[in-house]
Design a protein around this ligand. Structure first.
Ligand code: NAD
Ligand code: DAU
Length: 364
């Protein structure tokens, strides 16, 4: 189901630049935006790293008011000309290196894209916004993560917007750096930035390296299901289209300079989540190399510095902007298993030699 939050008659069409729009959340957001606001100009800027997939946007490519540009957010000249020639008034910034395990293997790309790339975009947008006379309806949405708040104990209260930052991985440290820059650009220059910090997303177009798609795909291939450590780590799970509806409401109704936490109200231990997926796959797949799937669960070496628990207090976005998630974890996982069962043509080509080499490094 699509939610649109400001489709009223008074809404002015926007000209939106979506960075990282060929990745997991970005592509879901592009689809959400095109379905909700058909009159808007939608421009995607994506470098098509290993995580970007143009196929995900294929059905939009022919549309008159849609444009895909392959490019790097660190390329200032390219960003400048795109903002200018497309007369962009809204940036939704998703482009990032996003996988914690990869940040442990090679942190440099994370600093480059997440910190330097965000800085480059902010500088370009500041100049563009100034050049247009600082219009009050321009927005720069910086999409970030709950991981910047660090790790919770079992009885700690959930993260709020005022929880001090305590990032623990190179990934979360680089996201924290980018959040600080987005915040500073509002405070110092009044650039209309808004930050969102969200919990774990899942759903269609999720790259195979992340927990849920990895488990679904390994079940379908009859491969071990690698659970890190004791499997007792807790994550809060948010169906990706619910995240998109939250970002929509933030763009339309959020206050510049503010931060909004976005969560699913679905805290689950990893091992319980994997067991739920196994049961769904046993029920929904007609053919499986190994059944029941639980026989494939294998406890493996823990992730270095593995955060124990994340939990989001999403009271602010609920009370101030009227957003709540609509999909329960049971329903969202069912939809996701169904999606992986019916989209082998999407995920199979991603299991490339390069991906296998990465896999062999992490799962030694
Ligand atoms: P992803 O890895 O699936 O996609 C990232 C996209 O950015 C890819 O299409 C990639 O090609 C593109 N990209 C990478 N470097 C680029 C560069 N230098 N220039 C232009 N494009 C580049 O990531 P995702 O899971 O969709 O996450 C999107 C954003 O949401 C990230 O900022 C991430 O930190 C944040 N986030 C993710 C989650 C989650 O659960 N996945 C939760 C909270 C926040
Ligand atoms: O919390 C938001 C974050 O969620 C986002 O900012 C990140 O971009 C996104 O990748 C995600 O980070 P996590 O590290 O929480 O997600 P991941 O899917 O990698 O892992 C989820 C949990 O499952 C985590 O506790 C590690 C564990 N895990 C993961 C993998 C890939 C396993 O036990 N086995 C695995 O093979």
């Amino acid at each position: 189901m699509t939610h649109s939050w400001n489709n009223g008659e008074n809404r002015q069409p926007r000209r939106i630049l979506i960075t990282g729009g060929a990745g997991f959340i970005g592509s879901n957001f592009v689809h959400h935006w095109c379905e909700s606001y058909g009159g808007d100009r939608v421009v995607v800027l994506d470098a098509l790293t290993y995580a970007g997939n143009r196929q995900t946007l294929a059905q939009l490519e022919g549309r008159e008011n849609f444009r895909f540009v392959q490019g790097d957010i660190c390329d200032r000249a390219a960003v400048d000309s795109l903002l200018q020639e497309e007369a962009i008034d809204t940036v939704a910034h998703f482009a990032a290196e996003s996988h914690v395990d990869r940040s442990i293997l090679g942190p440099g790309a994370f600093v480059q894209t997440n910190v330097v790339g965000t800085f480059t975009l902010l500088e370009a947008f500041r100049q563009h916004w100034n050049g247009k006379g600082q219009p009050s309806d321009y927005r720069f949405l910086h999409v970030s993560t709950d991981e910047v708040y660090g790790s919770l104990g079992p009885d700690d209260p959930a993260f709020t917007e005022t929880t001090p930052y305590a990032p623990n991985s190179p990934y979360s440290a680089s996201k924290a750096g980018s959040d600080h820059l987005a915040r500073a650009y509002f405070h110092t220059y009044k650039v209309p930035t808004i930050i969102t910090n969200c919990s774990n997303n899942y759903g269609p177009y999720h790259f195979p390296e992340k927990l849920i798609p990895l488990m679904c795909i390994n079940m379908l291939l009859g491969k071990p299901l690698p659970v890190y450590g004791d499997g007792q780590n807790v994550r809060d799970w948010l169906y990706v289209r619910d995240h998109c509806s939250a970002l929509d409401v933030v763009i339309h109704r959020g206050e510049p300079g503010e931060t909004y936490n976005v969560g699913g109200n679905n805290e689950v231990k990893n091992i319980d989540l994997v067991r739920m997926l196994c049961k769904l796959m046993d029920e929904m797949a007609t053919e499986l190399p190994v059944r029941p799937c639980e026989e494939l669960i294998t406890f493996v070496k823990d992730r270095p510095g593995h955060d124990r628990r994340y939990a989001i207090d999403a009271t602010k976005i609920k009370t101030e902007l009227g957003w709540t998630p609509s999909v329960t974890v049971e329903e969202g996982l069912r939809r996701t298993v169904e999606w992986f069962l019916t989209h082998e043509d999407w995920w199979k080509p991603l299991l490339s030699e390069e991906y296998q080499a990465y896999y062999n490094q992490v799962y030694v």
